[in-house]
Design a protein around this ligand. Structure first.
Ligand SMILES: Nc1ncnc2c1ncn2[C@@H]1O[C@H](COP(=O)(O)OP(=O)(O)OP(=O)(O)O)[C@@H](O)[C@H]1O
Length: 242
């Protein structure tokens, strides 16, 4: 039987990191770790902005939480499941099923149409084709791309391409959205459009969202801001709750 598009439980996943350490330069022990005993807890369906200076470890942390990279120490639990205990294959399958990624650099496949790009994750998960197409066209319409589903990425503006990438990241209604500078390369209005879309999806499905950003405006869409400095979370009293 083919899977339906809506997840069985649309509630976001709880994310817990405990004493996580990551260092890249094993060959050079004098280099300090990029993530230094970092702990955080993000509750089901919470939308968190992760802020910090360039090089403070935001993208590294997202990659660790996603299981794209593995830490040198510590524990990461997503939805009650240890990401560390999983094999790489298990992590990939978990990621594909439950997570959606919104990156600053949106790698759309240039030889695939907008619709084909958007349908890729649904295809990987063997969703019902007809239902996936309906969902794709509806989401594309919501982000102002009605009628552009047969175009190729090169025939779209940068902002339009970013919106396609977001629809692709969210087509399977993930329970955890990891967004790395989702508005970084966009003009203010397009960026606000992306945030409005995230907000709509957050209200509808209540996924957990972790969004890195340098923008105070963007962070105000989140329920909480967590600040990271030199691979460590700043203490509670230096966090900002909105
Ligand atoms: N694959 C890698 N190999 C070696 N060092 C790396 C690697 N990736 C990141 N780093 C280093 O780790 C540190 C943290 O990088 P990271 O990209 O996580 O920071 P960031 O907070 O996301 O920065 P930005 O806001 O500029 O995106 C930086 O000093 C960076 O040079």
């Amino acid at each position: 039987m083919k899977a339906l598009l809506a997840p069985p439980d649309p509630t976001g996943l709880k994310v817990i990191a405990t004493n996580v350490v990551k260092h890249y330069g094993e060959s050079d022990p004098s280099r300090p770790p990029v993530i230094r005993g970092l702990s955080l807890s993000i509750t089901e369906g919470e939308w968190v902005a992760l802020m910090g200076d360039s090089g403070s470890g935001k993208s590294t942390l997202l990659n660790l939480l996603a299981g794209i990279d593995t830490p040198n120490g510590g524990e990461i639990s997503i939805g009650g499941e240890s990401m560390i205990a999983k094999s790489e294959k298990e992590r990939t399958l978990f990621r594909r099923k439950h997570m959606g990624f919104v990156f600053q650099f949106f790698n759309l496949f240039p030889t695939l149409s907008v619709l084909e790009n958007v349908l890729l994750p649904a295809r990987l998960l063997h969703f019902d084709k007809k239902q996936a197409k309906q969902q794709a066209l509806s989401l594309l319409g919501e982000v102002g791309l009605f009628g552009k589903d047969h175009r190729f990425p090169s025939q779209l503006s940068g902002g339009e391409q970013q919106r396609v990438a977001i629809v692709r990241a969210l087509i399977h209604r993930p329970r955890l959205i990891l967004a790395d500078e989702p508005t970084g390369s966009l003009d203010h209005d397009t960026g606000e459009g992306i945030l409005a879309l995230l907000k709509k999806l957050h209200q509808r499905d209540r996924p957990t969202i972790i969004m890195t950003t340098h923008s105070l405006d963007a962070s105000l869409h989140a329920q909480r801001t967590i600040r990271i400095r030199d691979g460590q979370i700043l203490p509670e009293n230096q966090e900002f709750s909105h």
